[in-house]
Design a protein around this ligand. Structure first.
Ligand code: GTP
Length: 334
């Protein structure tokens, strides 16, 4: 590609666990602007569950599950993109856009660096926008407790204060003031279900390295970080789950453990249901929705992921066993 030719725009979607990134990604994928888009999803823990929450689309979805994108998978990211370029060239097809959804626990800086420091990446790709989605109900606490939540705000060009339906007008204005202090240059949007006009987010080329360096002069330097001792557990079982028991267990779990449960989500195989059930929540708020029918040859199974701090694995497993009819009670020792 010669200088001056259009580079492939790259959108980085970031934001803390459960903020609304996948909701935004799904909206983007329904839009014509996303034809011939490659989607790269990185998630915390070893499960590939995030990809299952992305609506079925003809666009290519690649998951990086073996680590956090901002720590040890930058090499993977570069390799995936280079392989993709070679393949697209061989097939004579076109790659018009790349969208990367980072895990809610990622600092976006190293992902940004990937596109600035690697010569091949710089030649083919151009950062379009770094968009941070925030959860208006939980943001205050997340900013207090998690350095990555603050980094995600600092590195954004566009910040969505999402879930505006869950807080008062006054709270929204407080959040706005706080975010503007942390990152005065970013454009802010208030939204419900990540509904922001997509022309404001795609092909905007709002990413400016100079601006980022003025906020964080050390941005391009090597960096260390830790995940605040956040853990992830995956529970799987092919037996159908009892929805009433699940409700009882979860009502208990969020009341007693809601503080330490940052994010949980799963695909459920529910007794007597021909459809998959998507189940997910953030701290104390959870909901389930009917999804597509199970495929004929698809293995029906429950797959639940928990992300949080100080999680009691034995207790979670006991609760899960209760929902599968293994036990009559669900506390760890019961
Ligand atoms: N009340 C309310 N719920 C929302 C809104 N936007 C998203 N949600 C819900 O919040 C939950 C998390 O949304 P996702 O889009 O999966 O969030 P995410 O940032 O991709 O989550 P992770 O990938 O797990 O970090 C889902 O249950 C959404 O339906 C909103 O504006 N208001």
């Amino acid at each position: 590609m010669s200088e001056g030719m259009n580079k492939i725009p790259v959108t980085i979607l970031t934001g803390f666990l459960g903020a609304g990134k996948t909701t935004l990604l799904n909206r983007m994928l329904r839009d014509v602007r996303s034809n011939n888009t490659a989607v790269i999803i990185n998630e915390f823990g070893e499960t590939g569950i995030d990809g299952k929450f992305v609506e079925q689309t003809k666009e290519e979805i690649i998951e990086i599950n073996n680590g956090c994108i901002c720590c040890n998978v930058r090499g993977d990211l570069i390799k995936i993109l280079k392989d993709m370029l070679v393949r697209v060239h061989k097939e004579g097809t076109e790659l018009k856009r790349v969208i990367i959804e980072t895990t809610g626990l990622a600092n976006p800086a190293p992902v940004i660096q990937t596109f600035l420091m690697d010569d091949v990446m710089r030649h083919w790709f151009q950062l379009d926008c770094v968009c941070t989605v925030t959860d208006a109900l939980h943001l205050d606490r997340q900013l207090h407790e998690h350095a990555v939540a603050r980094e995600q705000i600092a590195f954004a060009d566009k910040i969505i204060i999402n879930k505006q339906d869950l807080v008062s007008e006054e709270n929204l204005l407080e959040l706005q003031t706080r975010i503007q202090k942390m990152n005065p240059e970013a454009e802010l949007f208030f939204a419900q279900d990540s509904k922001v006009p997509l022309y404001k987010l795609l092909d905007v080329f709002s990413f400016s390295l100079d601006q980022k360096l003025s906020v964080r002069p050390d941005m391009l330097e090597h960096h260390h970080h830790h995940h605040d001792d956040v853990q992830a557990f995956v529970l799987k079982d092919e037996r159908p789950i009892d929805p009433e028991r699940l409700n009882i267990w979860f009502s208990y779990l969020v009341q007693v453990k809601g503080e330490s449960l940052f994010r949980y989500k799963g695909i459920l195989h529910v007794n007597g249901q021909s459809r998959r059930v998507l189940f997910q929540g953030v701290h104390m708020l959870f909901a389930s929705t009917a999804d597509r029918r199970w495929g004929q040859d698809e293995i029906r199974q429950n797959e639940l992921v928990f992300i949080g701090r100080d999680l009691d694995e034995a207790e979670l497993r006991a609760g899960f066993a209760f929902c599968l009819g293994d036990k009559d009670k669900f506390l760890a020792g019961a």
